[in-house]
Design a binder for this molecule. Sequence first.
Ligand SMILES: C[S@@+](CC[C@H](N)C(=O)[O-])C[C@H]1O[C@@H](n2cnc3c(N)ncnc32)[C@H](O)[C@@H]1O
Length: 339
Amino acid sequence: MASLRELRHGATVAGMVRPAVRLALLRGGLENGTFEALREPRTAAELAEATGADRLLIASWLRAAHAMGWLVRRGNAYGPSGFVRWLLDTDAGDAGRAMLEEAIHAYGPVLGRYPELVVSGDRPVWSGDSEAATRVARGSRVIEGRALRALRRVPGVRAARRILDIGCGDAVYLVDLLRRHRDAIGDGVELDAAVAERARAHLVEMGVHRRAEVHVGDFTRLELPHVAYDLVLLNNNIYYFAEDDREPLFRRILEHLAPDGVLAIQSPMVTDDPISRWSGATAATAGFDAFLRIHEDLAGLPEPDGLQAQLRGAGFGGIGMVPVVPGGSVRYVWAKKPN
Ligand SMILES: C[S@@+](CC[C@H](N)C(=O)[O-])C[C@H]1O[C@@H](n2cnc3c(N)ncnc32)[C@H](O)[C@@H]1O
């Protein structure tokens, strides 16, 4: 008879296999338009006719999707569950879909090559194409509300009126701050010209473009306006800078800050905090860190202590932390320019 320990290990293996199967089947529903077609409940035969799918295969997919809890069944007809409606119809669901797409198109293929990459040391370059950038931006919506609230708790942020957002992406943070403070001005710096264009469109859409400019280029080389900023933001991009480049980066930021100005760095971090372990955030951030480090042109997530040492080494004074999620697996680390 199998010992209790064997049963537990077997259950752990089954628990690892299940997500791979679930993700593949979910992809079948999302990417082939099958869930869309099921907005109007259909039988297997009706669905096969509506989508041109093989009837036997679609019948087995329907059974599996029902067993996973994604479909509800009335008689022989299937319709979407509350979860699928959330995925299809809400903003938060769209962020969830983007995270699933990222797992399918980015994490899966790259982490799947882990065994060979670890031995060969032949690291791939991160594609960073605009599709990937859009996916990441859509996925990050899930945490933005919390992150914006956390940012307002960083000392000096509420009073800041001259703002520099490095690697601004779609300029979500810049827009929020400029909308809150009608007398604030901002500069965004963005490496990717297509993303910078999206940031400009967002600033226009939100009616704050007259008080903001987006500069295209690498912050470490770009000539910027001579403004002494009260606040410099580095949101979700510290891992674009190699470990050895971070102290010089912070020194350059210091040159652009007004005395008492604050640098706010938002990043996921691998923590051993009990809440993060319990919620699965430690495992998720450690997996993200492995994904980042595989790439030739990306660096790992920062270690809180290492980051603080680099900030001090660059000449920053007061340093602190504000969690974005309970447990701090995503957090702001902030540092002030001495007066
Ligand atoms: C994951 S996105 C985050 C975007 C935005 N900060 C946010 O949190 O919504 C990182 C962005 O940093 C930009 N970036 C990376 N390195 C940069 C550099 N050296 N100078 C300017 N932008 C950079 C990338 O092009 C990308 O758009």
